[in-house]
Ligand binder design. Sequence first.
Ligand code: AMP
Length: 213
Amino acid sequence: MNLVLLGAPGAGKGTQAEKISERYGLVHISTGDIFRENIKKETEIGLLAKSYIDRGELVPDEVTCAIVKDRLRWKDCKNGFILDGFPRNLFQAERLNVFGHIDGVINIEIDPKLLMDRLLGRRVCEKCGANYHISLLGGKTVCEKCGGTLIQRKDDNPETVAARLKVYEAQTAPLTEYYGNKKGILMTFQSTEEPPEALFREIAAALDGKFKK
Ligand code: AMP
């Protein structure tokens, strides 16, 4: 089963992708994580990506598509993958059609009023990338999964978040129509203030119904 996860920044894609990947044994491919890893290691891709990410803009399509195309060739993707943060515009979606096969698209909708709080309150593990919200951490500063330090992403600041949301509206939101026109692959869910497990139960029920053997 090969899936794409769509949704605004802060909709909870990363958290849901982790859960889906765990339950269905899919490789979780997050282009944002790949870029952040490259930035940490100061690779050529990292240096290039950093300037775009810091401004809340998209990293150029050619670079991003080449990374995903290469990653999907790895053997571990044979049993299925979930793409989190790719495609982010129509160009990338068209390219993905050429180098990958997609069985389902999970679209997470969210009230825009919830997004700022989610993004500004988000803390991520420096080591494994797990996501938390500061309101639920009770003062904890280390990751409960791996013990890594929890930090705030550099692009989770009010100015960059505003830019990212604009980019989402202009470039990524049209993908719901794009995939909606491909018969039967789009599944839309609402992200609310409920704990992420509630949304995951809905997503898992839909996936079980759709892809049961
Ligand atoms: P994310 O972790 O998905 O929120 O991505 C963080 C940042 O990485 C985005 O704001 C973009 O600058 C960049 N990025 C991630 N995925 C893509 C993509 N598919 N195309 C272009 N830029 C991306």
